[in-house]
Write a protein that binds this ligand. Structure first.
Ligand code: CA
Length: 240
């Protein structure tokens, strides 16, 4: 597959380029945001450094997302939680902090590409596997896996594809807690991501957009489950 490597550091670019070539990928390396925008259309996936000389990486990420759906992994020295969350919200599929282990980055690339392929499948047939089943109602929230809609107090709430997949997975077995590993394996395609913050970001998105913070309950040290009565704010949901 053809990779676009956006990296202004020569040494890092060489190391990444070599590792990608060993995996059979072809690589175009660019060191400026302007060139990233110019060549992104040809990329099968993108590795993006955020510290670039000509444009803030997050701004570039947003611009890339308006023109390209290819899997994109941020590879950056910025490790503050705020940076990670902003990166994922801006449309990154995953976020790897430098210094990283090359084997881990390669595994994440494989995961992101597999996940992206799975998303091309028809609704219900993907790894989310809600299977076009029955609607689930909890409190004033209704989740319809067949129509891929969520309504809160009768009004439809728009979730991203992956936010919906997470919610539908929890709703498919509403009385059970689901481990992080299971959710990441079924929605993201690999339990290897168990340490990834993507899941937490998506859960936060579901809670914020529905305005029902109790809709997805944290099961400490394990994972998540559907809230029993999301219309009533239950125990404080202490996330991490
Ligand atoms: Ca840089």
């Amino acid at each position: 597959m053809h990779a676009l490597l956006v990296e202004d550091d020569d040494r890092m670019a060489r190391a990444l380029g070599t590792a990608l070539a060993l995996r059979g990928h072809t690589v175009r390396r660019v060191s400026r945001a302007l060139d990233a925008l110019r060549y992104v259309h040809e990329a099968g996936f993108v590795l993006l450094d955020l510290g670039l000389p000509d444009l803030d990486g997050l701004e570039l990420l947003r611009r890339l997302r308006t023109v390209c759906d290819a899997p994109l992994i941020v590879v950056t020295a910025r490790c503050e939680e705020r940076d990670v969350v902003q990166g994922l919200r801006a449309g990154a599929d995953d976020y790897v902090v430098k210094p990283f282990r090359m084997a881990e980055l390669i595994a994440r690339i494989d995961t992101v590409r597999r996940r992206t392929r799975a998303q091309g499948e028809p609704p219900g047939g993907g790894p989310g596997g809600a299977g076009g089943g029955r609607s689930v109602r909890t409190g004033d929230v209704e989740v319809d896996p067949a129509g891929r809609t969520v309504t809160v107090a009768g009004s439809e709430v728009r979730l991203t594809r992956r936010e919906f997949d997470v919610l539908a997975l929890l709703a498919a077995r509403p009385d059970e807690a689901h481990s992080r590993e299971e959710i990441l394996d079924r929605i993201w395609g690999d339990a290897f991501l168990a340490a990834s913050r993507s899941l937490d970001v998506h859960v936060a998105g579901i809670r914020a957009k529905t305005g029902r913070p109790g809709l997805v309950r944290t099961v400490r040290g394990f994972g998540y489950r559907l809230g029993a009565d999301p219309a009533v704010r239950g125990e404080r949901d202490a996330d991490r």
